[in-house]
Design a protein around this ligand. Structure first.
Ligand code: NI
Length: 163
């Protein structure tokens, strides 16, 4: 099922997400939600999609990888490299707006997978950027809070900000 994505400046995007227990993760409700979250991410051509973006305030997000979709639950970025990289980002919740964001080039993330098992992963480049962007969503943070230059959609953002 495709879930509706909430858009900036919807205040629910600013809510912090709640951690899930292993029992909650394995419940049919959560397992069904994960399937829908992934389906919605692919339908909308996103590299990642956090639960908060579909107005579900569970601490999780999905990302698209070369090896298929992955789900990170209760994610924690436990290492960020000193070396940073600037690149352009967009977001399904801020359509039409793109901006440059400086982020650590390499991160290590710890989380639970969709079966509630612990996972730890080192990521760099675009994958590290997507993980950080999505982890920010779970804390109510958007890329437009961090950008130092809007590259496209400046007019769109200005109009949204007056809403
Ligand atoms: Ni986003």
């Amino acid at each position: 099922m495709i879930l509706p994505i909430i858009k900036y400046p919807n205040k629910n995007l600013r809510k912090k997400s709640q951690d899930l227990s292993k029992e909650q993760i394995l419940s049919p409700e959560t397992q069904g939600f994960i399937v829908n979250l992934i389906e919605t991410m692919f339908k909308e051509d996103g590299l990642g999609l956090a639960a908060v973006q579909v107005d579900k305030h569970w601490n999780m997000f999905a990302v698209a990888t070369e090896d298929g979709p992955m789900v990170f639950i209760n994610p924690k970025i436990v290492y960020k490299s000193w070396l940073k990289e600037t690149d352009e980002e967009g977001c399904l919740s801020v359509p039409g707006v793109y901006g440059l964001v400086k982020r650590p080039k390499t991160v290590i993330i710890k989380a639970l997978d969709r079966n509630g098992n612990k996972l730890s992963m080192k990521a760099k480049g675009l994958f590290a950027r997507v993980l950080q962007h999505e982890a920010d969503h779970t804390q109510g943070v958007l890329f437009i809070d961090k950008t130092n230059k809007i590259t496209r959609g400046d007019d769109v953002l200005r109009e949204l900000n007056t809403k």
